[in-house]
Design a protein around this ligand. Structure first.
Ligand SMILES: Cc1cc2nc3c(=O)[nH]c(=O)nc-3n(C[C@H](O)[C@H](O)[C@H](O)COP(=O)(O)O)c2cc1C
Length: 181
């Protein structure tokens, strides 16, 4: 059975990206994937700097890197902050990028995001894709930018717009059919 790790770049209570993560968890499970859904709040790390790193790498960085290494699929839901990737996610990726073996070269990656703006995180997704690709990740092509957030979900946490429902299905298909093997 394939395995997936899912996470969100927002640890805000009532986060829309956490809702996207939860939705993907259900969709991946329905596709026969064993899902490990984590919360970055459980992986607290100081803002990266090389002096700190020289003293000690936080235990959370090693744990998170091992999770990224040991699943077949990694799905990341990200907010967009000022047209970019939020600092929580950038910081986590920065710390684990220093871990060996690489945490980016095993899994197939999917990225998506929900934001309050009508462009629906397409700018942050573009930055995230470029950064992950730069460090060796294979990111599936579906552009899963969703917004405005307040109009996106129904009462069950499912997506209302048929085009988004199709994109989620496409993302699940890509994540379960693409392989680095
Ligand atoms: C510092 C900051 C910058 C933001 N910049 C953007 C932006 O560039 N584009 C956008 O669509 N929304 C922007 N937003 C609004 C977020 O999309 C909104 O807060 C969203 O709900 C965050 O995701 P979450 O619900 O998962 O926490 C910004 C929010 C914050 C706090």
């Amino acid at each position: 059975m394939p395995t997936a790790l899912t996470l969100s770049g927002s640890i805000r209570q009532a986060s829309y990206n956490r809702m996207l993560q939860d939705h993907m968890d259900r969709k991946l499970q329905a596709a026969g994937v064993c899902v490990n859904s984590i919360d970055l709040a459980d992986f607290a790390m100081p803002i990266f700097n090389e002096d700190l790193e020289a003293e000690q790498t936080p235990d959370a960085a090693g744990r998170l890197a091992e999770l990224w290494r040991s699943h077949d699929i990694v799905f990341i839901a990200t907010p967009e902050y000022n047209g970019g990737v939020p600092p929580l996610l950038v910081n986590a990726i920065t710390w684990i990028s220093r871990q060996r073996p690489s945490p980016f070269r095993n899994a197939v990656f999917g990225i998506g995001g929900v934001s309050s703006g009508k462009y629906g995180t397409i700018f942050s997704l573009s930055h995230l894709r470029e950064s992950l690709t730069k460090v060796g990740a294979l990111v599936v092509p579906t552009l899963l930018g969703i917004g405005p957030a307040a109009e996106a979900f129904d009462a069950n946490g499912d997506f209302i717009e048929p085009a988004i429902v199709r994109k989620i299905d496409q993302m699940v298909h890509e994540l379960t059919h693409f392989s680095r093997g």
